[in-house]
Design a protein around this ligand. Structure first.
Ligand SMILES: Cc1ncc(COP(=O)(O)O)c(C=O)c1O
Length: 371
């Protein structure tokens, strides 16, 4: 019985050929302000998908978020509102620029609660980072309207949601900056990698500076920056993957709808990311189990199904943030979610037989344990 992982990249001959052509060219990276040939090609494809004015490639989603905060001038003395129910990078980048993360609760769809954001705002609030968790867009209109009225920047953490849409707009193009991840298991991968999208010429310029030590010509640094450049072999992989994006998303949707239809037989398993005004890209298909989540997880894993939990601990309760004094805050929905969510494999690499196994095993485990 083979093990079915929660996510697995789909890589083929074209990706191999693309990497080989970079190796043959001998240009593995390009430290110019604009970036190398494959970086520009990859950026161009993401920009056309998003319809945004600028897209800047960097070497991880974390770098995309960190660079965005630096480019927006967020720093010491500032507060940045973040959901606690997310991957740690969303909050870590706030610490990295010397600002204070202000954790807020999520809603039933696991995304940031805009009412909680309104209550958390202070004179020091400089930015808010909504996360489109699991590939499902957060409620953006009300958040943007509120943020604009208070001159607060909106940096979208779209690490998991490339290709998702909210009321006809691509996720990551609605705020001041949108940050994507191209990590190995993401909807589109370059191994490691990230992108920032923005319509602001000024911000795009600063992002390019942050990506490259603040340098334009020679070694004269104009802005605090780092080495956040994406290597050419990785950009070449990402560029090929972009041509396959729609196929990947459609397969994720199809697989998820099939599993959801089957999961409908299970009482006590709930799916809460189904708004008609947005497109979910199903980076993860995540269900809420009324009880026995850990037993279901264990049973599935023992049967070769790589079901997984994102995230078992809300960020404000992780050891680092507890040490920093953030863990006393009550965020009941984030805490509930971390006890009840389970994600099932629906990636495009699944064979029909594997998909059937995922659905059969989930229905069997959940029906017997949730009784
Ligand atoms: C919500 C979220 N934010 C940020 C990141 C960071 O992206 P990366 O792993 O590419 O640094 C990830 C992915 O790992 C993520 O899922």
């Amino acid at each position: 019985m083979s093990f079915i992982p929660i996510n697995r990249p789909v890589l083929g001959e074209e990706e191999k050929r693309a990497v080989l052509s970079v190796l043959e060219s001998g240009r593995l990276t390009d430290s110019s302000y604009e970036g190398g040939r494959y970086v520009k090609e990859f950026e161009g494809k993401v920009r056309r998908l998003l319809g945004s004015r600028h897209v800047i490639a960097v070497n991880s989603g974390t770098a995309a978020l960190h660079a965005s905060l630096l480019a927006l001038g967020v720093g010491e003395g500032d507060e940045v509102i973040v959901p606690s129910f997310t991957f740690v990078a969303t909050a870590n980048v706030v610490l990295a620029v010397g600002a204070k993360p202000v954790f807020v609760d999520s809603k039933e769809d696991y995304n940031i609660d805009v009412d909680a954001v309104k209550k958390a705002v202070t004179k020091r609030t400089k930015a808010v980072i909504p996360v489109h968790l699991y590939g499902y867009p957060a409620d953006m209109d009300e958040l943007i309207e509120f943020a604009r009225s208070r001159s607060i920047y909106v940096v979208e953490d779209a690490a998991e949601s490339l290709g998702a849409t909210y009321r006809g707009r691509q996720s990551g193009t609605i705020g001041d900056a949108g940050c994507f991840s191209m990590y190995a298991t993401k909807v589109v991968t370059s191994g490691e990698g990230g992108m920032v999208s923005t319509d602001s010429d000024e911000l795009a310029d600063r992002l390019r500076l942050v990506r490259n030590h603040g340098m334009v010509h020679g070694y004269d640094t104009k802005h605090l920056g780092f080495n956040y450049r994406l290597p050419e072999p990785l950009a070449a992989i990402g560029s090929v993957q972009m041509d396959r994006l729609e196929g990947f998303i459609s397969a994720r949707e199809r697989n998820s709808r099939y599993v959801l239809e089957r999961a409908g037989e299970v009482e006590g398993a709930e799916f809460t990311q189904d708004g008609a005004d947005r497109r979910h890209v199903f980076y993860l298909l995540t269900l809420n189990l009324r009880k026995k989540r850990d037993s279901v997880l264990e049973r599935l894993n023992s049967r070769g199904i790589g079901a997984a939990v994102y995230f078992k601990t809300p960020v404000h309760r992780t050891p680092l943030y507890a040490k920093l004094g953030f863990s006393k805050k009550r965020l009941p929905r984030a805490e509930m979610a971390s006890k009840h969510v389970i994600s099932l494999p629906v990636h495009p690499g699944l064979s029909g037989e594997e998909l059937e196994r995922v659905a059969d095993e989930f229905v069997a485990a959940a029906s017997s344990l949730l009784k």
